[in-house]
Ligand binder design. Structure first.
Ligand SMILES: *Cc1c(COP(=O)(O)O)cnc(C)c1O
Length: 412
């Protein structure tokens, strides 16, 4: 037989086994469950967060600042930890801003993006001294009025909807018609208007996409981003202090996906920086990353409640599911459902394997955590872990659906 080998999940040795159990920050899953007091829960490993940021900084040129896009995971304790590691934060709501400020993040290192910021949010950001990434002409008008009313000069950058997109991205956020940012061709007119207002213009925000594992696509987007920023800067009222070139660095979720090789991306940035520094002297160049910083440092752990066989299929029915982890269920933007890496956390290297589908307690066929996966045999009471769960998990899931209890979160 010349059967084609099934693609497997990228290896992750970050959570070592202790006596056959998955451990998080050296705490075996079962002990951690006792410590948390319930299943299901999310667990994030602070050592891995530190390690990831350190590795990233060692790879990227020193002149590149790293911002954390906190919508990926806004857990206050995690945000506090990240505050000590990165150069700044990108926030997307007033709620995120409050958490970041409480964590001691300097508002001068924070920028606020998002289409549809309310007047209350704009006022809060201006009062705090956060840079607001303007996403429309209307927003520029509103923030000017707010600044005048409260007597504080707003710091603004302009979010550009570029005339290109980040190819091979999990989520495209630019190019064509988009609710995000202002179309590149309208920027010069807006900049002229900003020049006539009492606004402190800081620079540009150009975010073209997300979840990308292809260095060449990121290189191309970076090159086009620099080109566009330099062109737009000619129409700027003052020099560009801040250029946020987005990020889009992905992590492997699905079988067959490989870790992103950042070296070529970093080398290309290194090669471009002298030209950028010459064209935009004094500009701080920022990458903003969410999942790349936190996604691989987190797991979601639930418990097997029942095991049953239906015709030719074995089901592990757990107390966790799509209401806690929408992305792992395949309902957070995926076109075709694929399995996240799932393991038997209490018997991770068990020798007897079986093919199972891991499902949740909800009365909907969408409630799947792992479909037809080969796992070490599990029984009720065993713990199941969904890996790669540190980003877009807890806060990106509909906890209220079917009125099941919410999960807990713990930073270990
Ligand atoms: C969501 C978002 C990010 C983070 O995306 P990741 O894929 O998690 O890195 C960064 N910037 C902006 C503007 C975003 O909307």
């Amino acid at each position: 037989m010349n059967a084609k080998k099934k693609p497997s999940h990228a290896r992750n040795d970050d959570f070592p086994l202790i006596d056959g159990q998955l451990s998080i920050g050296n705490v075996p899953a079962r002990v951690l469950a006792s410590r948390v007091g319930q299943t299901p829960f999310y667990a994030y490993d602070r050592g891995l967060l530190t390690q990831r940021v350190t590795q990233l900084r060692n790879t990227l040129p020193d002149a590149i600042s790293v911002h954390y896009a906190m919508k990926a995971n806004p857990m206050p304790a995690l945000v506090q930890h990240m505050a000590g590691l990165v150069d700044g934060f990108d926030i997307a709501s007033h709620g995120e801003m409050r958490v970041a400020l409480d964590a001691g993040v300097d508002p001068a290192e924070m920028s606020f993006a998002g289409p549809g910021k309310s007047d209350t949010e704009l006022e809060a950001a201006v009062a705090a001294g956060v840079t607001v990434n303007l996403e429309s002409e209307g927003e520029a008008e509103r923030i000017t009025t707010i600044g005048e009313r409260i007597g504080i000069r707003p710091h603004v950058a302009v979010r550009v909807n570029p005339d290109f997109e980040l190819k091979a991205s999990g989520m495209k956020m630019a190019g064509g018609a988009k609710p995000f940012g202002i179309d590149a061709e309208r920027i010069p007119t807006l900049l002229a208007r900003i020049a006539g207002r009492d606004l402190h213009f800081r620079g540009f925000h150009i975010f073209s996409g997300s979840q990308n594992l292809k260095p060449q696509a990121l290189i191309e987007a970076n090159d086009k981003t620099f080109e566009l920023a330099i062109r737009l800067a000619e129409a700027a009222p003052t020099s560009v202090e801040l250029l946020n070139i987005g990020g889009g660095y992905g992590i492997p979720y699905f079988p067959g996906e490989q870790r992103l090789d950042l070296k070529p991306v970093a080398d290309n940035l290194d090669a471009r920086l002298p030209g950028v520094k010459q064209a935009l002297p004094g500009a701080e160049i920022v990458v903003e990353l969410g999942r790349y910083l936190v996604g691989e440092a987190g797991v979601y752990i639930c418990e097997v409640i029942d095991k049953k066989i239906s015709r030719d299929k074995t089901y592990l029915i757990t107390n966790g599911g799509l209401h806690h982890h929408l992305a792992a269920s395949g309902n957070f933007g995926q076109v075709i459902r694929k399995n996240y890496p799932v393991i038997n956390a209490t018997n991770a290297d068990g020798k007897v394997h079986e093919t199972v589908s891991v499902v949740g307690p909800l009365c909907t066929p969408l409630d799947i955590l792992g479909d037809n996966m080969e796992l070490p045999a599990a029984e009720p009471g065993d713990l199941i872990a969904v890996m790669q769960s540190g980003a877009y998990g807890y806060t990106a899931s509909p906890h209220l659906f079917l009125s099941q209890p919410p999960p807990m979160e713990v930073l270990v």
